[in-house]
Design a protein around this ligand. Structure first.
Ligand code: NAD
Length: 286
């Protein structure tokens, strides 16, 4: 039987989530995605109208199929957590069952189980502010959307993950080195995500035989990265200073993700894998 993957954080064809979906589909996995509720309509209508057809092409010439798109807002665990203003917001009121617990229940109802869980989402409302100017609410929102969202997803999905399954998330080196411009508590959120990768690898490994890893990816011109405002500078910096002087493609991260969740990586858990043209290994720019 082929593997089934749930990929949280796909809303267009530019980000790492889409590329990971493609690499997993190319390896024969069935693809389910979770799309942020406010982005759902445009993503689904673009899919339907064929706007992504060119980027759906797999190496064998076929088109990637997405078995189902689930609305998801990973900052809410269950319906009781949803405040009135969101519940009645017109972008949210059009969809239902988009809290983490409800999405996991729906996937269980529709498909029974999954083998692979991918977390490819982040949000920090004050990301453009230095940490020194970040509010408590901004900091906690970054942690909620970018770190706890992974704990919550794994917590709710692990009961329907088959033994031998694997999960991955995407992190960034700003967790451990100073990257001016990656503000709003996002650097803190990535540090939490990396630490949680270890603890969750232990807990999910012992209890469910599920592996947990994270990929520390180099810069990509995704929608989220463009919102931070310094992505072109980071891409140029990497081109100039990394051991491998080429632009990083989303596909390279997708392929590393496919490896990490495959049986080829069956003894790898609790790790941060750098997929960044080696930039992390440099001490000074040259
Ligand atoms: P992206 O815009 O393709 O993906 C981010 C996704 O998160 C979007 O689809 C957005 O709709 C979704 N999202 C935001 N808040 C959400 C919520 N509350 N619930 C559900 N979904 C929500 O951008 P990306 O850069 O590919 O980001 C994917 C991951 O890669 C993130 O964790 C990001 O931090 C990480 N990453 C990106 C880079 C880069 O340079 N682009 C580098 C290293 C790591």
């Amino acid at each position: 039987r082929g593997k089934r993957a749930f990929i949280a954080g796909v809303a267009d064809d530019n980000g790492y989530g889409w590329a990971i979906a493609k690499s997993l589909a190319a390896a024969g996995a069935e693809i389910l995605v979770g799309t942020w509720v406010p982005a759902l309509n445009i993503f689904e209508s673009s899919l339907r109208r064929g706007k992504f057809d060119e980027s759906r092409v797999l190496p064998d010439g076929s088109l990637m199929e997405i078995s189902k798109v689930y609305p998801l807002d990973a900052v809410f665990d269950s319906l009781e957590d949803v405040p009135e203003d969101i519940r009645t917001n017109k972008r949210y009121a059009g969809s239902s069952k988009w809290t983490v617990q409800e999405v996991a229940e729906s996937v269980k109802q529709d498909f029974g189980s999954i083998d692979i869980l991918v977390h490819s989402l982040a949000n920090g409302p004050e990301v453009t502010k230095p940490l020194l100017e970040t509010s408590r609410n901004g900091y906690l929102a970054a942690i909620s959307a970018s770190s706890y969202s992974f704990v919550s997803l794994l917590r709710h999905f692990v009961p329907i993950m088959n033994p031998g399954g694997a999960s991955i998330s995407l992190t960034y080196i700003a967790s451990e080195r100073i990257i001016p411009g990656y503000g709003g508590g996002m650097s803190s959120a990535k540090a939490a995500l990396e630490s949680d990768t270890k603890v969750l690898a232990f807990e999910a490994g012992r209890k469910h035989k599920v592996r947990v890893n994270t990929i520390s990816a180099g810069p990509l011109r995704s929608r989220a990265a463009k919102a931070i405002g310094f992505i072109d500078m980071m891409i140029d910096y990497s081109l100039e200073n990394a051991p491998l002087q080429k632009e990083l493609s989303a596909e390279e991260v997708g392929n590393a993700a496919a490896f990490l969740v495959s049986p080829l990586a069956s003894a790898i858990t609790g790790t941060v894998l750098y997929v960044d043209n080696g930039l992390n290994a440099m001490g000074v720019g040259v």
